[in-house]
Design a protein around this ligand. Structure first.
Ligand code: 5GP
Length: 125
């Protein structure tokens, strides 16, 4: 599991402070959503909490219930607003080293808008 302390200068923290531009999708009291700069599907939205959490485990174990509910309700709102509900979509959250997590501010990728293919390539032996 990720043991890194939260870095307040990570790219998503800087987006939240308005120091780096991002294409806003929508936001709520405790959460913010914007388009991924390098989209991997026709719709590729990143949803982040405003609070300082490095990953899913950090968020789920330390955030308040209000923050957690706010976050997942925003994901669901975006799914509806981006017209992802009829055709389906995928949620991904990379957590720690083995996942290849690059930005250590908890985030969920929302991917959709076209068939996405298998979730993973077959594991190498
Ligand atoms: P991770 O690998 O940590 O799950 O995903 C990080 C994501 O952040 C990547 O998909 C990457 O394209 C996206 N990203 C990195 N820097 C920026 C940025 O400055 N702006 C936006 N909108 N997305 C970014």
């Amino acid at each position: 599991m990720n043991k890194k302390p939260y870095d307040p200068n990570n790219v998503f923290a800087r987006i939240l402070r308005g120091e780096i531009p991002a294409e806003r999708v929508c936001d709520s009291k405790h959460s913010f959503a914007f388009y991924d700069i390098s989209h991997a599907a026709p719709v590729h939205v990143l949803v982040i909490p405003r609070g300082e959490y490095t990953d899913f485990h950090d968020f789920t174990s330390r955030a308040t219930n209000e923050e957690i509910i706010d976050f997942w309700k925003l994901v669901d709102t975006i799914a509806a607003e981006q017209s992802l509900l009829p055709t389906g979509f995928r949620l991904i959250s990379n957590i720690g080293h083995d996942s290849g997590q690059e930005v250590f501010h908890f985030h969920v990728h929302m991917l959709g808008g076209a068939p996405l293919g298998p979730i993973l390539a077959p594991a190498q032996k």
